[in-house]
Write a protein that binds this ligand. Structure first.
Ligand code: FES
Length: 64
């Protein structure tokens, strides 16, 4: 899925119920740069792992 086109309240990680906006805010606030750090610091993407590709996109979008 194209995260740039997703709405702010789109649930990127269904397992942890985290939205696009809250994740982008978190990435910027904590200056997270890697998927591993995002998983650990954000407690997201660490259950089924199915949202990994979308989280990688958010890591790019957050710093554009
Ligand atoms: S949807 Fe994110 S870990 Fe399952």
């Amino acid at each position: 899925m194209d995260m740039r086109a997703a709405a702010d309240d789109f649930k990127v990680c269904l397992c942890k119920q985290k939205t696009k906006k809250e994740l982008i805010d978190l990435i910027r606030e904590k200056e997270i740069r890697t998927l591993d750090d995002l998983r650990e610091i954000g407690d997201v993407g660490n259950k089924c792992g199915g949202c990994g590709e979308d989280l990688l996109q958010l890591l790019e979008i957050a710093y554009e």
